[in-house]
Design a protein around this ligand. Structure first.
Ligand SMILES: Nc1ncnc2c1ncn2[C@@H]1O[C@H](COP(=O)(O)OP(=O)(O)OP(=O)(O)O)[C@@H](O)[C@H]1O
Ligand SMILES: [Mg+2]
Length: 403
């Protein structure tokens, strides 16, 4: 059993009060405990200390009228029903605007009407409270969500700012590196040209001929100097690519003599290593493509020299031409070397990546493929490879055919 609901009855008319009490007692199951006050002041004083569950308020009290009472009432969180005489309805409507739940015209009140008005008022006030609670909880949840979103956004902005700063730093460091490489390789080229030039002069001097052993030593100086020049040129190319400082001159050219020329240049390296260089399926007639002949030659030269350098002793290199799907020609360089293991394949076009060869005896800077890829792609071609570990690799370049 819970406590009976507290009903406050404020009415100066003792007969009316008695009547209302009688009406309410006709419904003992609703069990109200009724508190009576004759004046507005007394009612207000009670409400300043306690909160009833419902209030029946007579509009015309001896000290205050209903509107005055309501404006002085501090706590209005319980339902109030106004009791009016015939003809006071307009005022009662005003009172409803101030929060009164309903008004009852005294002469029309019956026990059932009174009871259902009170119960309704209590029910509405309860659901009103629940709705308010739910609304407040929703507002709170929204606020929390909004705060979390704001917090996340600001953290994201912070991270973005850091990323942009880091990117700018990396870009400026990279461009400083490219400028340095470009300047350095220019500076290095002048003395190396002098070394190569004077070496040749000494070798060709017929008035003061070199002794045989001196000729041999000069050969070594010349070949090492040439190798150094190649490396310097490669680094220069790479820095040009990185600074976007290169131009291609694309022409319609016959590819056969170009590849022929690369093969003859590579022949001495192949002989030195005991590797056989073979052509496969050479087209009989000319074969025109759209390329930058010099850069293309450089790329094919790197593929063939790689195929020789990274081959097995007495291995072979096969150069082939094959028509691809619409408008493309594939130049293939197949070797019988050690191949490239799968875990290393995605690194092969990265600059200065030698896939473990850096500790071996084979010379190289690890940028030949990086440069080739950049140049070939810039001229509208593609470069790629297929490799079987321990068996060999096929590197290829596809270029646009000119009909
Ligand atoms: N045909 C091949 N077979 C096996 N490994 C290869 C082959 N071609 C390239 N590689 C591997 O890829 C690496 C990168 O080749 P890349 O041509 O870029 O540089 P490099 O030959 O080392 O030096 P360089 O810059 O003088 O060409 C090589 O060091 C080698 O380990
Ligand atoms: Mg190479």
């Amino acid at each position: 059993m819970h406590d009976p609901l507290k009903l406050l009855l404020i009415d100066d008319d003792a007969i009316d009060r008695k009547m209302f009490k009688k009406y309410l007692k006709a419904f003992p199951e609703d069990g109200f405990s009724i508190l009576e006050f004759e004046t507005g002041e007394a009612g207000l004083e009670y409400c300043s200390r306690q909160k009833p569950d419902c209030m029946l308020l007579d509009y015309s009290l001896p000290d205050l009228n209903g509107l005055e009472f309501l404006s002085q009432l501090e706590n209005t969180s319980f339902p109030i029903l106004m009791l009016t005489g015939q003809g006071d309805e307009t005022i009662a409507v005003e009172a409803m605007k101030l929060g009164v739940q309903d008004y009852l015209v005294k002469d029309n009140i019956t026990p059932t009407y009174l009871m259902s008005a009170i119960n309704n008022a209590i029910k509405i006030s309860k659901s009103e409270k629940q709705r308010k609670h739910a609304e407040e909880a929703l507002i709170l949840a929204n606020d929390r969500l909004e705060n979390r979103v704001k917090e996340r956004t600001s953290r994201l902005e912070e991270t973005n700012k850091k990323l942009v700063a880091a990117k700018e730093l990396a870009e400026s460091a990279n461009s400083a590196k490219s400028i340095f490489l470009s300047k350095m390789s220019h500076e290095l080229r002048t003395p190396i040209h002098a070394i190569l030039g004077f070496t040749q002069l000494l070798q060709m001097d017929t008035k003061n001929p070199l002794a045989d052993y001196q000729q041999e030593n000069m050969e070594s100086v010349y070949s090492a100097g040439n190798h150094l020049l190649d490396l310097i040129n490669e680094v220069l190319d790479l820095s040009k690519i990185e600074t976007g400082n290169f131009q291609l001159s694309i022409d319609r050219v016959d590819i056969i003599p170009i590849v022929d020329n690369v093969i003859s240049i590579s022949q001495s390296l192949a002989n030195e290593k005991g590797i056989s260089l073979k052509y496969e399926e050479i087209p009989r007639e000319s074969c025109f493509v759209e390329i930058d002949a010099m850069r293309f030659k450089q790329a094919v030269l790197n593929l063939i020299s790689n195929a020789i350098k990274y081959n097995k002793p007495t291995g072979s290199v096969l150069i082939s031409f094959k028509r691809q799907e619409i408008g493309r020609l594939r130049i293939g360089v197949q070797d019988t070397g050690y191949g490239i293991s799968e875990d290393k394949q995605d690194k092969i076009f990265q600059p200065f990546e030698r896939l473990g060869e850096e500790t071996g005896t084979i010379e190289g800077a690890g940028i030949g493929l990086t440069i080739s890829k950049q140049f070939i792609e810039a001229m509208g071609g593609t470069i790629g490879f297929e490799s079987v570990y321990q068996e060999g690799s096929l590197f290829y370049i596809d270029v646009p055919v000119s009909e």
